[in-house]
Ligand binder design. Structure first.
Ligand SMILES: C[S@@+](CC[C@H](N)C(=O)[O-])C[C@H]1O[C@@H](n2cnc3c(N)ncnc32)[C@H](O)[C@@H]1O
Length: 295
């Protein structure tokens, strides 16, 4: 058996060939820091996992999202920088106060990154957020992330005023409107980064995505769907928004979209959800990334 030092050297050399020198050096530094924080396996084990294509965020066990440092575990989707960008922008756009707390609903919540960042950034006592996801793994992770961010959970049935912002992770399918009846309706803000990748594009994704992240978090058209354009979830969400009691006058809806989907999603929100007041936000890479609507 080679000593740890020799094995690390050899594995690091292979990582340089695989990722390029600069990236390999940066990632190696983060792996060593994770070791010091003692929530990670040994250095050779981390290097081997990285060489086999596992995303760095799963190996390190955390990823930054704005000022938060969120837990990441397969198969729950790793939060992406474009989602971080528009969530920060949305947080800047609104100024809730504890006098009239906002009820937030995040559909397809995954790690809980979107509602947890809003809860973190908005004034204490101003925000009551729900995060709904169909995946047990995601809801467990969102619950762990809320604890990590010191954001307590709450009971929607309780009318107690909260001095902190609070978060309610909910296991549920957005196709079932009954899920929402027990939450704090109407919602002032509804956010979603739903699965939106068309099947033909999914097939082309790198193995580092397909082998580790839940296909149900990525594929825009579930297997039983007739659509092929990745837009099934936007139709489902628009149908949900039409339900009585979901929105009030002035409520904000923010939906992340995939490449070249913004115009179609804007049309769906206008025609199917009846939301006429819409706009599109670009991400830092100049891609139309979010469709925003005001009720
Ligand atoms: C693209 S991921 C987004 C995760 C997180 N919001 C983010 O931005 O990183 C989509 C999420 O939708 C969830 N999902 C898929 N189908 C769903 C459904 N029918 N109802 C609720 N959630 C669903 C998946 O489990 C996954 O966590």
């Amino acid at each position: 058996m080679r000593s740890d030092g020799t094995a690390v050297k050899q594995l690091f050399t292979r990582l340089v060939s695989s990722l390029g020198r600069e990236t390999a050096i940066r990632e190696f530094k983060w792996m060593k820091q994770a070791l010091i924080a003692s929530h990670a396996p040994t250095l050779p084990a981390m290097l081997l996992r990285r060489l086999s294509g596992e995303p760095l965020q799963y190996i390190l066990g955390t990823t930054p999202f704005g000022p938060l440092d969120l837990l990441t575990r397969p198969p729950t989707l790793i939060p992406r920088p474009e989602t971080e960008d528009w969530t920060l922008r949305l947080a800047d756009m609104l100024t809730p106060t504890p006098l009239r707390p906002l009820s937030v609903l995040d559909l397809c919540t995954g790690t809980g990154c979107i509602p947890l960042l809003l809860c973190h950034l908005w004034p204490p006592g101003s925000t009551r957020a729900h995060g709904v996801d169909i995946s047990q793994d995601a809801i467990r992770l969102a619950t762990d992330n809320a604890a990590r961010c010191n954001i307590p959970s709450f009971q929607p049935s309780s009318l107690t005023p909260y001095s902190q912002n609070v978060f309610n992770p909910v296991l549920g399918d957005l196709r079932n409107p009954d899920v929402f009846k027990h939450l704090l309706q109407p919602f002032d803000v509804i956010t979603a980064n739903p699965p939106y990748i068309p099947k033909r594009e999914y097939d082309e994704l790198p193995l580092s995505v397909k082998n580790y992240e839940d296909p149900a978090a990525l594929l825009g058209d579930p297997p039983d769907s007739e659509e092929q354009d990745g837009l099934t979830f936007y139709h489902l969400i628009s149908r949900l928004l039409r339900q009585k009691g979901m929105l009030r006058d002035g409520s904000i809806v923010a939906l992340e979209v995939g490449q070249a989907q913004a115009d179609a999603v804007e049309g769906i929100l206008q025609q199917s959800a009846g939301l006429r007041n819409t706009q599109v936000w670009k991400d830092p890479w100049n891609v139309k990334r979010v469709v925003l609507a005001r009720a």
